[in-house]
Design a protein around this ligand. Structure first.
Ligand code: AP5
Length: 252
């Protein structure tokens, strides 16, 4: 349920960074529930295209199956059209985007001039700057989160056989559907995804650190503890934008 106190104001863009399995999707859903803004997961958008067999899906399918990143040019179109939808007017959570330094620069350009000059603007007419949360997780914990992940094909609920198992083995608690293992959660593909993260996505954190936007969060904790810290960051950011004195801080 959305928290009534948190839904009234503009939140602006929230970016969740972190390696595969860090909990980006999990925390993005918590933000959606609390602030009533949509989650934009480029992984989910791409899997939807793959499932529907679109031209983009056909191009992305083999790349995703081996754990590589889909080329930037293929991603920009789906992100730009999603950001133009009406539900993004108060803000949105980006999960899995940007994933290269070029994507981060592209996003800055979009936020500055292309789309949000009216709908998301503050008093000075500018889109609020993104809140960038980086989830930090130990490597062995990442492997357990990825190999243990299961999802419901009907309602999308996430489970983990190690940390958050369903009440009945392999069945969704909500609708009883048989839970699925994501095809790229096999160990050989996981190592490729982690390598792609190290070489191509870590520079995104450097990009936002240089802008003093990066808020590092220790994500080796419970989902509730992590969410509480993220909510604190978003709420302080809102006070700051409304003339308060709080500043973003790194915290781990
Ligand atoms: P994408 O779908 O974005 O996958 P990813 O980045 O690898 O991230 P995951 O979805 O695997 O993990 P997550 O961090 O969301 O963790 P989750 O919350 O599920 O991308 C897939 C592919 O698409 C890429 O490989 C690439 O090919 C392509 N792609 C996507 N975006 C792209 C882009 N911008 N550019 C180019 N290519 C792109 O949690 C994981 C598990 O851990 C769950 O079981 C959960 O229950 C559990 N868990 C979560 N938090 C905790 C906790 N605190 N304690 C214990 N368990 C936890």
């Amino acid at each position: 349920m959305a928290n009534e106190n948190a839904t009234g104001r503009n939140i602006g863009p929230v970016i969740i960074l972190g390696p595969p399995g860090a909990g980006k999707g999990t925390q993005a859903k918590r933000i959606v529930d609390r602030y009533g803004i949509p989650q934009i997961s480029t992984g989910d958008l791409l899997r939807d295209h793959v499932g529907r067999g679109t031209k983009l899906g056909l191009e992305a399918k083999a790349i995703m199956a081996r754990g590589d990143l889909v080329p930037d040019e293929l991603i920009y179109g789906i992100v730009a059209s999603r950001l133009r939808e009406a539900d993004c007017q108060r803000g949105f959570v980006l999960d899995g985007f940007p994933r290269t330094a070029a994507q981060a620069r592209w996003l800055d350009g979009v936020l500055e001039k292309e789309i949000f000059d009216k709908s998301l603007s503050d008093k000075s007419g500018k889109c609020p700057p993104p809140i960038v949360i980086q989830l930090l997780v130990d490597y062995n914990q990442l492997l357990l989160r990825l190999t243990g992940r299961r999802s419901c094909p009907t309602c999308g609920r996430l489970y983990n056989i190690h940390f958050q198992p369903p009440l009945v083995d392999e069945l969704c608690d909500v609708d009883g559907s048989k839970l699925l293992l994501r095809s790229d959660d096999r160990e050989d593909v996981i190592s490729e995804r982690l390598a792609a993260y190290d070489s191509q996505t870590k520079p995104v954190a450097d990009y936002y650190r240089a802008q003093r936007r990066l808020v590092a969060v220790n994500a080796d904790r419970t989902m509730d503890e992590i969410a509480a810290q993220i909510f604190g960051v978003i709420d302080r950011h809102g006070q700051d934008a409304n003339g308060g004195t709080a500043k973003l801080e790194s915290a781990s």
